[in-house]
Design a protein around this ligand. Sequence first.
Ligand SMILES: NC(=O)c1ccc[n+]([C@@H]2O[C@H](COP(=O)([O-])OP(=O)(O)OC[C@H]3O[C@@H](n4cnc5c(N)ncnc54)[C@H](OP(=O)(O)O)[C@@H]3O)[C@@H](O)[C@H]2O)c1
Length: 379
Amino acid sequence: MRYLPFGPEGRRLSVLGLGCMRLPVHGEGYSPIDEEASIALLRRAVDLGVNYLDTAPTYHDGTSESFVGKALLGGYREKVAIATKMSRKCVSSREECRALIQDQLRRLQTEHIDLYLLHNVTKDSWRFFDEVGALDLIERARERGELGMVGFSSHEEAEFFKDLVDAHDWDFCQIQFNYADRYIQAGESGLEYARSKGLEVVVMEPLKGGMLARDDLPYMQTFKDSGRDWSPAEWSLRWIWNRPEISVVLSGMNTLGQLEENCRVAMESGPGMMGAEDLMVIDQAKEALDEAVSVACSGCAYCLPCPEGVNIPRMFTLYNNHVLGGGHTWGRNMYNFSTAAGERAGNCISCGECEERCPQDLKVSELMPRIHEELGSDG
Ligand SMILES: NC(=O)c1ccc[n+]([C@@H]2O[C@H](COP(=O)([O-])OP(=O)(O)OC[C@H]3O[C@@H](n4cnc5c(N)ncnc54)[C@H](OP(=O)(O)O)[C@@H]3O)[C@@H](O)[C@H]2O)c1
């Protein structure tokens, strides 16, 4: 495994982390976790040198943390850093935030959580965390030694993301980053900004939740023509590790084969290790994906501001990914849980103001109700 110093004390963390949101399960849903297969996977990851485990109180219908606590018994706890989060979904008051941390220590069967994040910070949840003083509670728990490094994760766009970077003395942040999403959410500019402010950057969804590992998407021909025998997953991971700003890449591996491949790629990749030709292949792969999208929004944002507050370009990005992903849950999750309620397509009143400003002549007022119907939780 490859390691990099992380945080103020330079703790050496593996460049590949195990995301405990997509562990093997029995059946089709998020739970119950298949404990036998998941323990084998998690321990194999640690044996291969992975020492960053990422969980949250919401993963696997609330069972991921207690699973991780159990899987680390028998000498594994000491070998890893555990990252978990304060999720807005689990707390509605300051007292509940305080209680959550204590519950998490119990569930994880540990006296110290190495990395603690405000989870999935949106404009709405940031207001809540601010009002209840969540960071004050977190800093107090850090002083008592219950928590270690403090960070946040967010799927918000670069402008708000940069405000978040500046809003606290964070040790790290977690962003979605891969070649298909390099210009959305925090994107490249957010990545560079966070790094320039001294934050470690942890990447989530490096394969877009598995979409960029598929072998039936339009990028496939480009990869085949490249002459490389890299899988689509390997292309994506190598591209991320090529960036010097990245500290850890989390992947939700759920088979031993995926784990072994990603560990090998972690060892063989690194900043500046992709040649100009490889980078061109990635550009072409992204172009092939972009051409296959359903709504030709260029993200210019001329449509904004929407009088009702709808984040129109974001809605199109979610929708395009939803369609391209063949109904993968990503688009729905992003819409319902990672977008402020006031910015969702369901708020569109079809006034058409944006259509007069859209250089692509998109029928926004017709598309928004459709997007809400397909992605909204009650749609
Ligand atoms: N803080 C937040 O808001 C937030 C949000 C999202 C994720 N996360 C964290 O970030 C972690 C990583 O995100 P993610 O799980 O979406 O990661 P990801 O690597 O983008 O997607 C994981 C999926 O990719 C596929 N995969 C992984 N390696 C592969 C390989 N070598 N070959 C083929 N397919 C491969 C598997 O899909 P199949 O299941 O289809 O095989 C796996 O389930 C999560 O587990 C979670 O801990 C945090």
